[in-house]
Write a protein that binds this ligand. Structure first.
Ligand code: ADP
Ligand code: MG
Length: 226
């Protein structure tokens, strides 16, 4: 999978002094919780036995936890539709062969449209937030909008309306409108988190699932200035 360069006009900080740190699953979740960024219910199983202790209803999504892997899908490190403990154990046995294997993140399965919500700290402009069409369509459509913080509700509104996919989110054809209030809150809270915590350099939520009920991130990559 190619890395998408969507923040092409944004000058980011260079990791010259090796002063950057990508947060692990647990620290990412804590940071998001603190900043009211909804993240799908997840439990980190550190050994196979811990799968039995997972209190999430099936179907599960299982994701490899490894600090050697950035794009989990490339390693077949994301499995959706796990329906039983037996199935989960089979997936575990395959995932444990992956480089840097450090357990599995078990997650509730989400549905709806996949968006990207990405925060980036620009050297000149400070915190910026991007919203775009996520998942498999990201590279094909390159449909996104960008704002400099602080972002007010009307800005979040404008960002969404700028998307070519907006009519689809608003229910064109399907008649199912996504929950714009929850989506806007998530965008605003991502912006606020970047403003409040100047150590956050990148806050990449990809994807965020949005449907009629909720807006919830299922994957996060958070880069901190040490
Ligand atoms: P990575 O970006 O490291 O490859 P992700 O966690 O973003 O891994 O998962 C890749 C894809 O798997 C997502 O774009 C989405 O289509 C699907 N996926 C991941 N988590 C969930 C989930 N909780 N519910 C439904 N689908 C998911
Ligand atoms: Mg992802």
């Amino acid at each position: 999978m190619k890395k998408i360069k969507m923040h092409t006009n944004i000058k980011t900080h260079k990791n010259t002094a090796n002063a950057f740190q990508t947060l692990n699953v647990q620290d990412s979740q804590e940071l998001m919780e603190k900043n009211r960024i909804p993240f799908a219910r997840s439990q980190w199983a550190k050994n196979e036995k811990e799968l039995e202790k997972v209190k999430i209803t099936f179907p599960w999504v299982m994701k490899v936890v490894s600090n050697k892997i950035v794009h989990k899908t490339e390693f077949n490190g994301v499995r959706v539709g796990i329906n039983s403990l037996k199935n989960a154990r089979e997936v575990w046995k395959e995932m444990k062969k992956l480089p840097g294997f450090n357990g599995v993140l078990v997650q509730e399965q989400a549905g709806g449209f996949e968006l990207i919500i990405g925060g980036k700290r620009d050297l000149q402009f400070g915190p910026t937030v991007l919203v775009g069409l996520g998942g498999i369509y990201t590279e094909i459509f390159r449909d996104f909008s960008l704002r400099i913080c602080p972002i007010a509700e009307k800005d979040a509104d404008g960002m969404l309306k700028e998307l070519r996919a907006f009519p689809v989110l608003a229910g064109a054809r399907t008649g199912k409108k996504v929950n714009f209030n929850k989506l806007k809150t998530l965008i605003l809270n991502a912006g606020k988190a970047m403003e409040k915590n100047s150590k956050i350099l990148e806050l990449d939520l990809n994807p965020v699932f949005v449907n009629a009920k909720q807006a919830v991130a299922v994957d996060a990559r958070i880069v901190m200035n040490k």
